[in-house]
Design a protein around this ligand. Structure first.
Ligand code: ADP
Ligand code: MG
Length: 253
């Protein structure tokens, strides 16, 4: 699905040129669940931008579903982004003045979906991320975890083949992070290819394959033998919480 061959990406030129990616080779099949790790400045976001057709390679080849992305003009790139790719960001990137549902409907406006169908599909997406009762809330009336679930609903309304998430749990507490990872695991089980950037090793262990970057180079690529299941962790946390609450009651008696 994704074939990256000898890819380099340089920002700027002359003596201010920054080589953000160097000789990167990477193949990703449909249905994979991948995390990308590495220190700040190592090229992770640059890679996500290339994969997501937000930017173009400086050298080498990038094929997305057998299309050489370098041959596409800006309109074709925008169209691929809209149809094939859903984006999720660390800072949610929701519009503050419109409801959660309207935020989720936005990508469908750009895709030219009729407003009645927009509403139906928007509501479906809100249901699936567990926010059926928050449709009319504005982003600033929601918790971080809820905002990120709205962002996921927005990312999936055009039924993309690929979800790209750049540090999606970076601003979230541990329970909300597990909930977000549960959403990604569910999507991946349904066949969506999911690629996330993360700094947190235990978040990476929820995915099936971990790729590490350092200084623009891809330095390691390994499979995760037994990915952590977010729903299991959430159940454990709930049990522990209930136990401590019951314990608290006993003390009072
Ligand atoms: N638009 C840009 N213009 C110039 N340099 C950039 C730009 N975006 C990123 N860089 C540089 O490219 C390198 C890789 O950045 P980035 O891909 O954002 O790293 P990461 O996401 O791993 O923190 C860094 O040195 C960064 O400063
Ligand atoms: Mg980054």
């Amino acid at each position: 699905m994704i074939k990256i061959k000898d890819v380099g990406k340089t920002y700027g030129n002359g003596n201010i040129a920054v080589e953000a990616l160097k000789q990167v080779n990477l193949n990703i099949e449909k249905g994979e669940f991948i995390s990308i790790m590495g220190p700040s400045g190592s090229g992770k976001s640059t890679l996500m931008n290339l994969i997501g057709c937000l930017d173009r390679v400086t050298c080498g080849d990038y094929h997305l579903e057998n299309v050489n992305v370098a041959t596409l003009d800006d309109n074709e790139l925008a169209s691929i982004r809209n149809k094939k790719i859903g984006f999720v960001f660390q800072s949610f990137n929701l519009l503050p003045r419109i409801s959660a549902l309207k935020n989720v409907e936005l990508p469908m406006i750009y895709a030219g979906v009729h407003y009645k169908e927009r509403k139906v599909r928007g509501m479906e997406a809100m249901h699936r991320v567990g926010l059926a009762d928050r449709m009319d809330h504005k982003p600033n009336e929601m918790s971080g975890g809820q905002k990120q679930r709205v962002a996921i609903a927005r990312a999936l309304v055009n039924r993309p083949a690929i979800i790209l998430a750049d540090e999606p749990t970076g601003n979230l507490d541990s329970v909300s992070s597990e909930e977000i990872m549960a959403e990604f695991q569910k999507l991946n089980e349904e066949g969506v290819t999911v690629i996330i950037v993360t700094h947190e090793p235990d978040i990476a262990e929820h995915t099936k394959r971990v790729i590490t970057f350092a200084d623009g180079y891809l330095t390691s690529d390994r499979m995760v033998e037994k990915p952590i299941q977010a729903l299991d962790i959430l159940k454990q946390k709930e049990k522990a919480l209930n136990a401590s609450l019951n314990g608290g009651n006993k003390d009072e008696r």
